[in-house]
Design a protein around this ligand. Sequence first.
Ligand code: GUN
Length: 245
Amino acid sequence: MGNDSASRVYVNNKKKACEVCGIYSEEHALPEETTEEELLALIDCLNARKDINGILVQLPLPKGIDSEKVLLRILPEKDVDAFHPVNVGKIMIGNFDFLPCTPAGVMELIRLTGIEVSGKECVVVGRSNIVGKPQAMLLLHENGTVTICHSRTKNLKEVCRRADILVAAVGKAKFITADMVKDGAIVIDVGMNRDENGKLCGDVDYDAVSSVASAITPVPGGVGPMTIAMLMRNTVKAAEIQKGM
Ligand code: GUN
């Protein structure tokens, strides 16, 4: 809903991934001036449709729309983003159907390094509901020792330097510099920013940090494609659950 340019790119990528996977998808692009009632009515309609297994409301929503109320309206079993409080609660207790896409994608990338999370120092920079908080929970599920850092954290550099696994989800271009990273750390960059030249970049100063880290994800081409892959996985899972498979 509305005219967010980043959302436009994300939605297009999600639609393309559906095509590649053979998942039917439809986009309901609502103009900025749509009312909350109209948006909620559309969600009700999609909730009721037997041929729709997953619903995703791309965020951010325009000012004046209550995002929490909108996310609450999606049936938890069709909530392929895992943003509904029922799904958030299930993740918290470790008994979940869906994982939130970006944190789940990060866990897959960490798994690919072959390094066990169990017992490792994990530092998550950022505490958003979409990434930071659920990311910390998933690392905790795998027995990491987890610290969440945010804008009030004291000695951020020292805390980050403790990390065997460092996840940056702050939304500030090149915020994580080489002096904040321990030798050999795994560094996962969830950021999606524009640098001073308008070029896409992450939260990590990639060139400098890649000489310190044992593994590092680029932006673009790191976490972003994994988020979409996890969305496809959640959608298939939603369909399986709804069909009693
Ligand atoms: N906006 C930024 N990231 C996301 C996401 O993962 N899902 C949705 N729905 N909106 C977003």
